[in-house]
Design a protein around this ligand. Structure first.
Ligand code: KMH
Ligand code: ZN
Length: 281
């Protein structure tokens, strides 16, 4: 089903870029909240969050994660999604404990993938444990699919362990990672064709694949993810000003496609997230 509107997810920080190299990257809680507010105003409905420590290094510290969820929930109405991918250096136990911060949604990557010179590890037993934890804790998983084989693993996960919390299967195609599927229209069409029936999905193209993937996703009826986790140049040799600039461009493209940005309320309804607003984490 093609939605009349486009859910825009912003991934503002990621775990790969350093503040020293990318001064516009939001790494403190204040910077993250300011970015979240600006992105909501520009048309984002969900935020995919990685956090940093006092040295701006990636962390999965639970106290910080809880503070982050509270602050973003209080100061925006964005759907709050925490990364369980972390950085390629994070172990499985802290990645599982992310759910204790009670986000609305969490990422769940459906397989191991070469990630540049590194390996992003997501073996089947970890996927299963994380998936069952989302069901117990009533957190909506977003299935991150870096490769066509990940779509097969997603179907196996659903066949073996049943529907996700909320009942809707929501996926994000992460394309153009060196080691994963390319950020091309052909790869997007192949991946979408293999998704479970009725699944909702967004797509993001890393680096220079950001625009081809954005327009292929709109054309194929999907939703969009953009942000400085995935792309740092706005155009050739021009650095991204900030995350809101990327959301503004995605929103403009969605308007041109006559599927304007989805409201945060409609995103909550589509994903069927548990309403935790008003509850303290
Ligand atoms: N930072 C990557 C190794 C996720 O957030 O779940 C993994 C990643 C996926 O970003
Ligand atoms: Zn991420």
């Amino acid at each position: 089903m093609v939605h009349a509107t486009t859910m825009i997810t912003v991934a503002p920080t990621g775990a790969e870029s350093s503040k020293a190299d990318v001064p516009a990257l939001p790494v403190t809680l204040d910077e993250l909240v300011a970015s979240a507010k600006a992105c909501e105003a520009a048309g984002a409905a969900m935020i995919h969050i990685h956090i940093r420590d006092d040295d701006a290094a990636p962390t999965l510290d639970l106290v910080r994660l809880k503070d982050t969820v509270s602050a973003v929930r209080e100061q925006t109405s964005l759907v709050v999604q925490l990364s369980t991918g972390g950085s390629v250096h994070d172990g499985y136990p802290p990645r599982l404990r992310v759910l204790e911060a009670e986000p609305d949604s969490c990422s769940l990557t459906c397989g191991t993938v070469n990630f540049g010179d590194d390996v992003f590890m997501n073996p089947w037993p970890f996927m299963v444990e994380l998936y069952q934890e989302t069901q117990v804790r009533e957190v909506v998983p977003e299935f991150e699919l870096f490769d066509l084989g990940h779509v097969t693993a997603l179907n196996r996960l659903l066949d073996s362990y049943g529907a996700p919390y909320g009942g809707n299967v929501h996926c994000d195609l992460v394309m153009g990672v060196p080691g994963g599927m390319p950020g091309t229209t052909a790869a997007l069409v192949a991946a979408v064709a293999a998704l479970p029936a009725g699944a909702t999905w967004s797509a993001t193209g890393v680096g220079r694949t950001t625009l081809p993937v954005m327009f292929a996703a709109l054309s194929a009826g999907g939703h969009l993810r953009v942000g400085m986790e995935d792309v740092l140049t706005y155009s050739r040799r021009v650095p991204v000003r900030d995350n809101a600039q990327l959301v503004e461009r995605a929103a403009e493209a969605a308007v041109i496609f006559q599927r304007p940005p989805m409201s945060t309320d409609d995103a909550r309804a589509m994903l069927n997230v548990k309403d935790r607003r008003g509850a303290s984490t």
